[in-house]
Design a protein around this ligand. Structure first.
Ligand SMILES: NC(=O)C1=CN([C@@H]2O[C@H](COP(=O)(O)OP(=O)(O)OC[C@H]3O[C@@H](n4cnc5c(N)ncnc54)[C@H](OP(=O)(O)O)[C@@H]3O)[C@@H](O)[C@H]2O)C=CC1
Ligand SMILES: O=C(O)CCC(=O)C(=O)O
Length: 476
């Protein structure tokens, strides 16, 4: 059984979680210790005790530890990718790519640790100097989702440690294996005891402890809107710093002048790769009516060539849905869409394969209307809705007609429309002729409206969340 990591030691939990591969329910991935209230409390206490010394540790020590973590992840990316594919159901190439991304993130923040800047200004009063410096926030609680079980923890843990904070990390209960593997690597990086702690366990116990315990100074969360709001309320009540990345209902606009191959590739990758289980997925395809039928024909032809199957099998394009409740959610939205009058142009049915798993044929709904539930609500599966648009202005209005604002994409050969869309799409990230999903690791990530709350993650923007400013006045 894989254990919890608290105060530099591997320890038992109060329960055991057994995980199975969504590609093959007879394949038991492993058994993991699950923290109860006591272990969550011990992890928080360890991070709290370690915070003052780590906050004052030299930046070289932080940079060395992060670089060592990044090096080991990169050296073992194939093995980590195989674990990820087996546990979460992403295809092997996607999973290896995610592991490599996590390694690159640790290496990026190893360098960022050396670049924390301050400022020095003349005072408005005589004989005074003013210094502005950044300090660690203290103890950071990290609550991660299942859909990027290595990369998302990496982009929260790496900046937290780089800027001198201590960490209690709670992976999603569906994917403790990836969280454990990351913790195992971190445990060998030379960090002092208590600086990093792994508390696998249920959200309602470990997650709640992180959001309500006054010793946790900041919480970084990615997951559903409902849980995000709960986390926000608990943190706001005790004035803890909080950062939320939640849902998306991302539009991909395809204009009349788009290169059809580019548009179809962007739509297929953005909507269906990673089984559509990405907050950046293009779940709304908004297509100019003059190329509407050509686009749908090309999409259905391409969809018919995609292979859905076991995540570890060679040549598979789309792995299984992560678990039975996500599959139920996907299937129920497929029924809702049919009942709403959308036309199912492709897929939508459960598929049988050699192993028993949660395989779903990607679903493409066409002739959708903006008010339909499946067009407005996040499904988080391989289901996309096509809406016809009457020209650019109408397409932009449809794109912005959502309570979310994570990513927005456009396929066009017109510089004028691409430039206008970049300025006017109400989203935190805008893509031109590339899929809405799949982002770089060294630039800010986050959305507007209902998708995000708090300052941006990733890149040099991460310093905002993981540090606090101090202004010092000195008599010269
Ligand atoms: N935007 C995104 O990136 C993601 C969005 N989602 C959306 O969320 C839906 C449900 O997925 P699900 O995994 O259940 O998402 P959740 O929001 O429930 O889970 C995200 C994280 O929050 C934890 N958590 C659960 N309850 C609490 C709580 N009361 N306090 C603090 N933390 C808590 C979870 O722990 P535990 O796993 O133990 O429950 C997990 O680590 C999906 O269908 C999808 O729509 C899901 C994943 C990512
Ligand atoms: O699209 C990506 O690269 C990142 C997506 C993501 O962070 C998410 O789905 O939670």
């Amino acid at each position: 059984m894989k254990k919890l990591y608290i105060n530099g030691e591997w320890c038992e939990g109060t329960a055991v979680t057994t995980t199975r591969s969504p590609s093959d329910l007879s394949d038991t991935v492993d058994e993991y210790a699950s923290a109860g209230k006591d272990e969550a409390e011990r992890a928080i206490a360890a991070a709290h005790a370690a915070a003052p010394a780590w906050g004052l540790a030299g930046v070289q020590q932080r940079a060395d530890a992060l670089d060592a973590i990044g090096t080991e992840i990169l050296a073992r990316k194939t093995e980590l990718g195989a674990l990820l594919a087996r546990e979460e159901g992403k295809t092997l190439p996607e999973a290896i790519g995610e592991a490599a991304r996590a390694g690159a993130i640790f290496k990026f923040f190893a360098q960022e640790a050396l670049r924390v800047r301050g400022d020095k200004l003349a005072s408005v009063r005589p004989n005074l100097d003013v210094d502005i410096t950044r300090e660690p926030v203290g103890v950071v609680g990290i609550i991660a989702p299942w859909n990027f079980p290595i990369a998302i923890p990496a982009w929260k843990i790496a900046p937290a440690l780089a800027y001198g904070n201590t960490v209690v990390f709670k992976p999603a209960d569906l994917v403790p294996g990836c969280g454990w593997a990351l913790a195992d690597i971190i445990s060998r990086s030379g960090l002092p005891a208590g600086v990093f702690n792994l508390a696998m366990g249920p959200g309602r116990i470990v997650g709640e402890a992180l959001t309500t315990d006054t010793r946790v100074n900041a919480v970084s969360f990615t997951g559903s809107t409902a849980t995000g709001e709960r986390v926000l309320m608990a943190c706001a009540k005790r004035r803890a710093k909080v950062q939320l990345e939640m849902g998306g209902k991302n539009p991909l606009v395809v204009l009349a002048d788009a290169d059809l191959d580019v548009a179809v590739n962007a739509a297929i990758q953005g909507a269906f790769y990673s089984t559509g289980q990405r907050c950046t997925a293009s779940s709304r395809l908004i297509v100019d009516e003059s190329i509407y039928s050509r686009f749908i024909d090309a999409m259905t032809a391409k969809l018919a060539t995609l292979k859905v199957g076991h995540a570890l099998e060679q040549g598979i394009d789309i792995g299984p849905v992560v678990d039975s409740s996500q599959l139920e959610q996907d299937l129920s939205y497929i029924e809702i869409a049919k009942a709403e009058g959308a036309r199912l142009a492709f897929g939508g049915e459960r598929l049988k394969r050699a192993t028993e798993g949660y395989f779903l044929n990607p679903a493409l709904f066409v002739d959708c209307e903006p008010g339909m539930r499946h067009v407005r609500e996040e499904i988080f599966g391989p289901v996309a809705s096509v809406l016809p648009a009457r020209g650019y202005e109408h397409a932009l209005a449809l794109a912005n007609d959502t309570e979310y604002g994570l990513t927005a994409g456009i396929c066009t050969t017109s510089l004028k429309h691409a430039t206008h869309f970049k300025r006017n799409a109400r989203a935190g990230m805008v893509m031109v002729n590339v899929p809405t999903a799949g982002v770089d690791y060294h630039v800010p990530f986050g959305g507007t409206k209902g998708s995000s709350y708090g300052s941006r993650e990733q890149g040099s923007a991460a310093v905002e969340f993981f540090t606090t400013m101090k202004t010092a006045y000195t008599l010269a």
